[in-house]
Design a binder for this molecule. Structure first.
Ligand code: PLP
Length: 405
């Protein structure tokens, strides 16, 4: 049974006062809080069996390596990948996308080829492709969204040409909250012989994710937005594709043999895990996914859907508010402006009320510029937030608006 008080007790950071007010943490899209299970796991690794994985012969190294590889399997199960070697541990979404931008670019992209990204993407899913296109002489094309925040899928047909190599799309937008229709996008894109990379940074923690069912070619996410530690992340790639890609970084653990004449690379996934990886983080990330599974993903998702309906309905009723992103399918994100109030002023006032939100351009300039504005206030909630906190947010916004007027 999903009991909100028990859930909240699992997240110690929530239980504190900020400027003398109970903290209301509504900045989950920037980073999520960590349950005790994850915090304890980090302590467990460093207290009991910390030792460098895949290298040393000690008992400790064997335990640590086993935990790390078990973590890989936990991720595999969580996203329903076919093989554990399709799971590469990274330092986050940004690292995963940069890795594919480099390796996929080297293997599959030539001068004049095209990459498609969406107008609503985070900079992490734009800039690596710009860098790659510059390097390879390729062309970056953009799939726009409409004012409600939905991708213009009607334009996809003409955007995908025989020169398109890859389409990059977020599972959910970090500005608009829109859940993008991956099934339709993948089907259309694959029908043109084009691969798909999905940025799951705002999806994995809120939506059931099955990379095989969705037939996604590459999927990336960050641990820290999914209740795991910072500096952790996952890149999933289909075996058939990862096998063909050259390594991104060189170093220890990613090689079979090294000589000055010829170096051979390790098998998947180690080919993509150069250097000492953040094994403690990966082990604790798996603990975060276990935490979600143990709480019950269906219960978590239905609690979040109910909270999102409640939040969007109530926030929309605030006089003079404009919400950016009003599509039907949304994760728990509301980006908005109120009256003439500047986003950073409002963010500061809310902070003084103990309400943590994010303001500004949200690392997604094109999405913000779409509306001709300079920034927004973003409230983002998850399964440990409550309707009462949403009420406090709405009251806070109204109060801040009066102060700023
Ligand atoms: N993609 C999306 C949609 C995001 O929201 C974010 C972070 O906000 C990122 C990518 C980048 O994630 P990270 O900074 O964890 O690499």
């Amino acid at each position: 049974m999903f009991d909100i008080e028990t859930v909240r007790a699992d997240f110690p950071v929530l239980n504190q006062q900020i400027y003398g007010r109970q903290l209301i943490y509504l900045d989950n899209a920037a980073t999520s809080q960590k349950p005790l299970a994850v915090i304890s796991k980090i302590k467990e690794v460093y207290s009991l069996y910390n030792s460098n994985i895949h290298r040393s012969t000690s008992k400790l190294a064997a335990i640590c390596t086993e935990e790390y590889e078990r973590a890989r399997n936990t991720v595999r199960e969580f996203i329903n990948a076919k093989y554990t070697h399709e799971i590469v541990f990274t330092s986050g979404t940004t690292a995963g996308i940069n890795m594919i931008a480099f390796s996929f670019g080297e293997k599959f992209v030539n001068k004049g080829d095209e990459i498609v990204v969406c107008e609503s993407e985070h900079h992490s899913n734009i800039v690596p492709w710009q860098l790659m296109c510059n390097r390879k002489g390729a062309v970056l094309k953009v799939l726009p969204f409409d004012d409600s925040g939905e991708l213009r899928l009607d334009l996809l047909d003409e955007l995908l040409t025989e020169r398109t190599r890859l389409l990059c799309v977020a599972q959910a937008s970090n500005v608009l909250g829109t859940v993008n229709p991956l099934d339709k996008i993948v089907e259309k894109t694959h029908s043109k012989g084009v691969y798909v990379l999905v940025d799951g940074a705002q999806g994995i923690q809120h939506l059931k994710t099955d990379v095989r069912l969705a037939d996604i070619d590459f999927y990336v996410f960050s641990g820290h937005k999914a209740y795991g530690p910072t500096g952790t992340g996952v890149l999933y790639g289909k075996e058939s594709l990862l096998e063909q890609l050259p390594p991104w970084q060189g170093g220890g653990d990613m090689v079979k043999n090294v000589s000055f004449a010829k170096t051979t690379y390790a098998e998947l996934p180690l080919k993509f895990e150069a250097g000492t990886s953040n094994y403690t983080g990966a082990i604790a990330l798996a603990e975060a996914l276990n935490y979600l599974s143990n709480k019950g993903l269906d219960d978590i998702h239905s609690y979040e859907r109910d909270l999102t309906d409640y939040a969007l309905k109530n926030i929309a009723q605030i006089p003079e508010i404009t919400i950016y992103g009003t599509s039907k399918q949304k994760v728990g994100i509301a980006s908005f402006l109120v009256g003439g109030a500047h986003h950073s002023d409002m963010g500061e006032i809310l902070d003084k009320m103990g309400i943590a939100v994010r303001t500004g351009r949200l690392c997604a300039d094109p999405a913000i510029h779409h509306y001709g504005i300079t920034g927004v206030i973003r409230a983002s909630w998850t399964f440990y937030n409550t309707k009462n906190e949403i009420d406090k947010l709405c009251e806070g916004i109204e109060k801040a608006k009066k102060m700023l007027n």
